[in-house]
Design a protein around this ligand. Structure first.
Ligand code: CP
Length: 341
């Protein structure tokens, strides 16, 4: 399967076979972390990273990934570039993408939350880079999707539940808190979990609907893979029989109504809602369910310490998997060498 040159903006853009191959490589890269067959896949090559927003895991894991593949990952805050924006003259995406393509073998971009003026702007920016760049563009989290996180989630579930996740029940549930998080991680998880045949249950308080297009894609994925999908506004119902619980705060669809990210308004609204913390009592209703979260965790709000640090929590394993899946993505899409398992 030839994957060299592919962009990764959302897992939905890749075939199921490509996702499965990436995960097979990631599992092998974890098992044989420093094996010779992997340590020069990107020898002397550079991966560029544009971070409009802060990061801990994504930046560190991409830097470590490039190092372990024999290359280097280079960090840049786009505010130090002279880019054309709605408010200022400057370099176009076309020019930036063309020039970066001469320096490196791949370009990662993160843009979300306060760095965009309308929902979808971040994802559109990545796709514009992809249109002009001749190297792979990797989404390091935008306002709609977070593909490396989605792959790491599935790898973590496979490690505990087996490679075949068909008909395992996932509860994706809104979490209390004052973070007004973007939809990228959760929407990516809905899409990839449904591709892998999981039964998906989505629970949130009224007023916290997600992107209708992503919901339709998730429903279609479930239909194709023979699994189920349902939405509830009940804060407990979805826990019954769940094999996996993913609790996470997210912003409402009104977050950009004013033409900019209204974080204060979102926080005020969210703080009036009670009862949506994932705790041990609710986890007792599950099928000895695993707890998953992309981190950073808002402990005491999205989830209690007892659950986040409990024996069924896989949050740290999933964070580690970011390294392995990103190595796999970079090796498969950016290396001149063929990976043999
Ligand atoms: N999960 C994740 O993307 O973490 P960071 O925001 O720390 O990169």
């Amino acid at each position: 399967m030839e994957m060299k040159g592919k962009d990764l903006i959302c897992t939905q853009d890749w075939s199921l076979e490509e996702l499965e191959q990436t995960l097979r490589v990631a599992h092998d890269m974890k098992k044989n972390r420093y094996a010779d067959k992997y340590t020069d896949l990107l020898k002397h090559r550079t991966f560029l990273m544009f971070f409009y927003n802060p990061s801990v895991r994504t930046r560190q894991s991409f830097e470590a990934a490039a190092t372990e593949l024999g290359g280097h990952a280079q960090f840049l805050e786009p505010k130090s570039m002279r880019l054309k924006t709605k408010h200022s003259a400057g370099e176009t995406i076309e020019d930036a993408a063309n020039v970066m393509s001469r320096y490196a073998v791949g370009l990662g971009i993160r843009i979300l939350e306060d760095k965009i003026a309308a929902y979808g702007d971040g994802d559109r920016l990545l796709r514009e880079y992809a249109q002009y760049a001749t190297i792979p563009i990797v989404n390091m989290a935008d306002d709609r999707f977070h593909p490396c996180q989605g792959l790491a989630d599935i790898m973590g579930l496979q490690q505990r539940l087996g490679t075949n996740l068909k008909r395992k029940k996932l509860l994706m549930v809104w979490g209390q808190g004052a973070l007004a998080r973007s939809w990228g991680s959760i929407q990516e998880n809905l899409l990839i979990s449904s591709r892998f045949g999981m039964d998906v249950s989505l629970a949130y308080p009224e007023g916290y609907d997600l992107d209708p297009e992503v919901i339709e894609m998730t429903k279609a994925n479930c239909k194709t893979s023979g699994s189920s999908f349902n939405i509830t506004n009940d804060l407990v119902e979805g826990y019954h029989g769940a094999d996996v619980v993913y609790s996470r705060n997210w912003m409402s669809p009104a977050a950009y109504a004013s033409g900019e990210f209204d974080k204060a308004g979102e926080v005020k609204k969210a703080m009036q809602i009670d009862g949506w913390t994932c705790n041990e009592e609710k986890m007792k209703l599950t099928n000895d369910g695993l707890y998953i979260h992309p981190m950073p965790v808002d402990r005491g709000n999205e989830v209690t310490d007892a659950v986040a640090s409990g024996e069924r929590s896989i949050i740290v394993d999933v964070a580690e998997n970011r390294l392995h899946v990103q190595k796999a993505v970079m090796g498969l899409t950016m290396s001149d060498q063929r990976i043999v398992l």
